[in-house]
Design a protein around this ligand. Structure first.
Ligand code: CMP
Length: 140
């Protein structure tokens, strides 16, 4: 089915200047960018976005990393967009990420892992609406 998912290019990948290379992978896989913005997240915004991880031991480090520089946030639309984006990203830990995936090619560690992508259709809807009002998402 046609789906939308939230993607974040994290501060490490923005700093490496690979936003275009990552967008190219989305486009070649048939995913369309239907909303996008660059943003320096506040601590409160990052904590709210990752609220499901609040009790995890890595929560503080995750938030600090996500506010260490600007991120590129986008909504991707396409057939099976949630799973397709996760396949493009590869495993959370770049050490486990399959060759040719975004994390295998651009990530340095489980914290600085280049990209975030929604893990389910239900979370995708929550995450998209966290960053984009419906009027800023351009169905096409
Ligand atoms: P992301 O997909 O953005 O979701 C939560 C992030 O927490 C994850 O990518 C990792 O960058 C980070 N993280 C750090 N340690 C862990 C861990 N042990 N398990 C899962 N995620 C972790």
């Amino acid at each position: 089915a046609l789906e939308r998912t939230l993607s974040i290019i994290k501060p490490d990948a923005v700093a490496k200047n690979v936003v275009g290379e990552i967008y190219s992978r989305f486009e070649k896989a048939g995913l369309k960018v239907v909303a996008a913005k660059m943003k320096q997240l506040s601590k409160q915004e990052a904590e709210g976005f990752y609220a499901v991880h609040r009790e995890r031991p890595f929560f503080g480090a995750l938030v600090n990393f996500m506010i260490s520089g600007p991120v590129m946030i986008q909504v991707l639309e396409g057939e099976s967009a949630v799973l397709k984006n996760r396949d493009l990203m590869g495993a959370t830990n770049p050490k486990d990420a399959a060759a040719g995936t975004i994390r295998a090619d651009f990530a340095d560690s489980i914290d600085a892992n280049a990209v975030h992508g929604s893990d389910s259709l239900e979370n995708a809807a929550i995450e998209v609406s966290y960053f984009f009002p419906a009027t800023d998402v351009y169905a096409r």
